[in-house]
Write a protein of this length. Structure first.
Length: 143
């Protein structure tokens, strides 16, 4: 007898659990890939490319592993063999004095604390999908 568990995502519940940080990120990545696969009628999602900010406090290897576990357990036909490839993105900062660069603690121009504008987020950058030859995804593609 095969038991299927339906997992309903509840953002508040996942954020409360500190030990679930990478899991909730991997689950959100999976949900993004699944929505896109359904929207574009994908027969397969091959790779989910993810940018992981170096200041995000996220372990890219754990996120990739958990994504693949979630994909296999959910058993969505287009996602069972999907892989997650994480690219670590360094910080980018700016300061009111006009400085832009990578210094995150002290602005070399004025000594103030610069604002981090990139490097704290985890973002699905792009998906590699397969579609049937008769599918027209050009109308769905906004970019």
């Amino acid at each position: 007898m095969k038991i299927k568990t339906n997992i309903e995502y509840k953002p508040y519940d996942l954020r409360k659990r500190k030990n679930m940080h990478e899991y909730s990120i991997a689950y959100n990545m999976y949900q993004t890939a699944r929505r896109s696969a359904d929207e574009y009628h994908a027969t397969a999602v091959k790779v989910v490319h993810v940018e992981v900010g170096s200041l995000s406090m996220v372990n890219p290897e754990q996120v990739s592993f958990l994504f693949e576990v979630i994909a296999k357990e959910d058993n969505h036909p287009a996602l069972v063999d999907a892989k997650a490839v994480c690219e670590v993105v360094g910080p980018e900062t700016s300061c009111v004095c006009g400085y832009t660069g990578t210094e995150i603690y002290i602005c070399p121009g004025c000594g103030a604390l610069p604002e981090v504008v990139k490097g704290k987020d985890v973002t699905v950058a792009r998906l590699e999908i397969e579609v049937d030859d008769d599918s027209d995804i050009s109308n769905n593609n906004d970019n």
